[in-house]
Structure formats: structure tokens, C-alpha cells
Design a protein around this ligand. Structure first.
Ligand code: PLP
Length: 349
């Protein structure tokens, strides 16, 4: 009675190994919802891949991966004093902290713990990082030797948005390396750009990859929901919390999967204007009601939500009496795995 993600294990792991082989210095990223798989599972996969370092998003996520992954753990969100758990995290010698402000670097340098840090450089992404103009200050703080510099880090926009990030990546990395020799860490470089940088920069390189590693390749992932109930309804009958009248005789199919799983009401139908609705209504279409299409496929078609998804269940309408599923049937549900929470992950042998 749940939403399930099924993955052919051998294919998934073969894809992971291909990414690893093509990416010397790979740092897998496991953050947030764990790309649909969950953080613990990804930490285990990273350990099996044999990488020495795993990246997580936030300080709180360190605890989730720590028991399943024995190597070093980078926190991508910059370290900030006063954040919950920030000071405690400094006691964990396996953790590498990202530093994006000179004042935070000063704080860490004075902590007496000599924490491991990645020095983040501000890119055209404009999320976090120290600007080139601040590097004189960085040099001054590093002279105290209060931190262990693990590398410079450069988090770039999507290559598709910029037409390629190689030039910016190289310029920034070289600027950092002029201040302190250390490995250069990148995010969102194409494989070709990364290869070029590895050949040009006289230092070690690391590339952080999440989506392509866990969700890329031609791996036949399937997500399914379970039919929890089926009810016959007549045209005009009112159903659901909001008592919407049904446009035709048919069936209400109640499915596992709701807002808690990341199932959202997608944009309502485009037939928004009165005139369009009238045309649709004349054509006997449910679009006339401004209903939204659901991500659930029954008998080969994405079905209409009767009303917005509930917390853990959804109600869809199937007109007529053909192709009505039975209670307990599993039907395909389309989920965006970076926002979804499934009840169960099944690795199929
Ligand atoms: C999330 C994140 C990544 C991984 O991004 P994907 O697009 O999932 O590969 C890499 N670097 C940083 C800094 C991130 O926050």
C-alpha cells in the first residue's frame, strides 16, 4: 500500500561505475531527499564504489551518512558560526567544511581545532563564495595556519545555461592557486571541460556529481503507486473533500501517494478562459472543469485528479467502465526523484 521506486541494481551500479571511471576525483553528492533513494542508501552505494569522500548538503545530513560511509564528508552548505550544530561539527575530524566568507575563515582559524576547509570562490552563479578581491585577506588568515586547506571550490551554473564553464572555472581556480596550492574542486562542469582542466591545472582536481551519478544513464527505474480503493460513480454525483460533481459516469480510483510523497497538483488545464471551457464542455471534455492532470497512469493514460492530492492518497477519475484497475494493483506514477519521497526502494536483482 505504498509508493515504490524499483531499480535494476546491476544496471544502476554499472552506470555508477561508468561515471566513476570517467571522472577521476569523483565526489558523489548525497543530499536532501537523497535523489529519491535516501541518504543512507546513497552513502552505502558511495562506500561500495570505493570513493574516499562523499558530499552532503547540510550539517544535519552528516549524521545520516556517517555510519554507512567511512571516508571524509564534505558539507556543501557553507559553515556559519551560530548555526545549529556548527561548533559541534568542528569536533568531527572526518568532516570538511566549506567556507564562503573571510569572517568565517577567521573564526575557524581561531577555533584551535585546525578544521579541514574548502575555500569557496564566488562564481557567476552568485550563491556563496569569496570574491577575488577578498583573496588578500584570505592569504593573511591562512598565514596563521589555523585551518587545513583541503582545496579551492568552484560551484558553477549549469553548462547548458552558459554554453560551458571552462573559462570561468580555469580563471577562478588559477586565482585561488596563486594564493595557496591545493586541489581544485568543481561542480557542474561537462566531462570534456573537466578533462581539459585536469590537464591544465597543476594540481589535483575533484568533481562533485549528484543527479548524473544517481539518476543518469539508461537505467530502467520505475515508480509505482498502489490502488487502495475503487468506487463507481454516476454523472453529476459529488465526491471528495470538495464535493466536485463528476462530469460523466465512471470510477473514482483512490491511490497511494499524496503531497507527503511530493505529488503535487500540476498546472491546471490550459482551458482557462470561459470560451475555451465552453468549447471543451461541448466536446464533453473534463478540461472544461479546469481539472488538473495527475501523474498516475491508468490503462495507458494520465488520469485527472478529482481534487488536489491529499497527504498520502490521491483521487483520480476514470470515465466509463473499461480499464478500471483492481484494489491492490500497482500502477505507474511519474515522480520527479529530486523532490519525491517514496515509501520503499526496491533494488531488483
Ligand atoms: C547539489 C550540488 C551538487 C550536485 O549537483 P547535481 O546537479 O545534483 O549533480 C554539486 N555541487 C554543489 C555545491 C551542490 O550544492
Amino acid at each position: 500500500m505504498s509508493v515504490v521506486l524499483r531499480v535494476p541494481a546491476a544496471d544502476w551500479r554499472a552506470h555508477q561505475r561508468r561515471v566513476l571511471a570517467a571522472t577521476p576525483g569523483l565526489v558523489p553528492v548525497a543530499k536532501g531527499n537523497g535523489y529519491g533513494f535516501g541518504l543512507v542508501r546513497l552513502a552505502g552505494e558511495a562506500a561500495a564504489l570505493g570513493v574516499d569522500t562523499l558530499a552532503v548538503g547540510t550539517p544535519a545530513e552528516v549524521a545520516a551518512v556517517r555510519d554507512s560511509f567511512g571516508g571524509r564528508i564534505v558539507v556543501l552548505q557553507p559553515w556559519r558560526p551560530g548555526e545549529p550544530g556548527a561548533e559541534e561539527l568542528l569536533a568531527d575530524e572526518r568532516v570538511i567544511h566549506t567556507v564562503s566568507r573571510v569572517s568565517d575563515l577567521e573564526h575557524l582559524s581561531a577555533s584551535g581545532r585546525r578544521p579541514s576547509v574548502l575555500l569557496e570562490l564566488l562564481t557567476s552563479m552568485k550563491r556563496h563564495g569569496m570574491a577575488v578581491g577578498e583573496l588578500t585577506d584570505v592569504r593573511r588568515v591562512l598565514a596563521d595556519d589555523g585551518v587545513d586547506v583541503v582545496g579551492w571550490t568552484v560551484h558553477l551554473p549549469m553548462p547548458a545555461a552558459t554554453g560551458g564553464n571552462a573559462a570561468e572555472a580555469e580563471r577562478l581556480a588559477k586565482t585561488g592557486l596563486a594564493v595557496r596550492q591545493a586541489p581544485a574542486w568543481f561542480s557542474h562542469l561537462t566531462g570534456a571541460d573537466y578533462d581539459r582542466l585536469r590537464a591544465t591545472l597543476y594540481t589535483g582536481t575533484r568533481l562533485r556529481i549528484g543527479t548524473e551519478l544517481w539518476l543518469g544513464g539508461s537505467v530502467a527505474r520505475r515508480t509505482t503507486a498502489t490502488v487502495l480503493d475503487v468506487h463507481k460513480v454516476a454523472r453529476g454525483e459529488k465526491v471528495g473533500y470538495w464535493q466536485h460533481a463528476m462530469p460523466a459516469d465512471g470510477h473514482i480510483v483512490v491511490l497511494s501517494g499524496g503531497t507527503a510523497h511530493g505529488i503535487a497538483l500540476e498546472a491546471p488545464t490550459s482551458a482557462a478562459t470561459g470560451r475555451q471551457r465552453l468549447i471543451s464542455a461541448v466536446n464533453g471534455s473534463v478540461e472544461a472543469l479546469g481539472w488538473a492532470r495527475s501523474p498516475f497512469t491508468i490503462a495507458g493514460k494520465k488520469r485527472w485528479f478529482v481534487e488536489p492530492p491529499h497527504m498520502q492518497a490521491s483521487m483520480v477519475f476514470v470515465p466509463g467502465s473499461k480499464g478500471i484497475p483492481g484494489i491492490g494493483d500497482e500502477i505507474p506514477v511519474e515522480l520527479r526523484l529530486t523532490t519525491a519521497t517514496v515509501d520503499e526502494v526496491v533494488l531488483e536483482e
